[in-house]
Design a protein around this ligand. Structure first.
Ligand SMILES: Nc1ncnc2c1ncn2[C@@H]1O[C@H](COP(=O)(O)OP(=O)(O)OP(=O)(O)O)[C@@H](O)[C@H]1O
Length: 217
């Protein structure tokens, strides 16, 4: 197989927590303009893999090569209770060195939480906090997006909206990697990798459970 262009390449990554070997040689290549899922049972190492890919933790062995800018939406929100939504956007605008918060404003509309712009995080619902968490990961329009169950707590409409946003990013050439353990997400993904026994294997559509192939819209 000739190697094509890639946005993210993971080669033989290993990670253990003390003697517990979670990743035992994960290799994955992701092309630009693809919407990719990482699935696996609870505890199979999905979040560990994303933490390694984002640089949050170091792998014990192996290589990660990422081309372009990174956006990472961790499972746990990284928000400051005392700040409003708008203050978070300005804070991250500075961190990302952006000229403005135009893209973030679009995401507020797309994810239906613009009305909370001036509300402090301590007064937001769990789902709305998660919308802000996702917006902060997307607002600099990164080339590679690592999203760890980014729709937790979303209502159905916002869940569907999330997939529209993800598909549009893919169509604009971004690489979007989504951790999921919901079987029904699989039909929305171009490629699915299943983590099992510490390694990742492509999960072909024909092998997925029937429910995973439908798109419940
Ligand atoms: N900081 C840590 N220290 C020790 N063990 C950890 C740590 N983080 C995760 N683990 C363990 O590593 C394994 C993989 O955890 P991880 O969170 O990566 O799995 P996951 O596939 O994302 O699970 P879930 O679907 O429940 O979110 C689990 O057995 C977990 O208990």
């Amino acid at each position: 197989m000739t190697p094509g262009p890639y946005a993210l390449r993971v080669l033989d990554v290993h990670k253990a927590y003390r003697s517990h070997k979670v990743l035992r040689g994960v290799s994955v290549t992701v092309e630009p303009g693809s919407l990719v899922g990482v699935v696996g049972e609870n505890g199979s190492g999905k979040s560990t893999l994303l933490r390694v890919l984002s640089g949050q933790i170091a792998a014990d062995a192996g290589e990660v090569e990422l081309r372009g800018t990174l956006g990472y939406c961790p499972q746990a929100t990284v928000l400051n209770d005392a700040l409003t939504v708008d203050q978070h956007l300005r804070w991250f605008r500075t961190a990302y060195r952006l000229d403005g918060t135009g893209r973030a404003g679009e995401l507020l509309d797309e994810l239906h939480f613009a009305e909370y712009r001036h509300t402090r995080v301590e007064a937001l619902s769990g789902g709305t906090r998660q919308k802000l968490n996702l917006t902060l990961a997307l607002m600099h329009d990164p080339d590679v997006l690592l999203l760890d169950e980014p729709y937790q707590g979303f209502d159905w409409e916002t869940y569907l909206q999330f997939w529209d946003v993800a598909a549009r990013l893919r169509d604009r050439g971004r690489c979007v990697l989504v951790v999921s353990h919901l079987a029904w997400d699989a039909g929305r993904l171009d490629v699915v990798h299943r983590l099992r026994d510490g390694v990742a294997a492509p999960w072909n559509a024909a092998e997925r459970p029937a429910a995973a192939q439908g798109v419940p819209r």
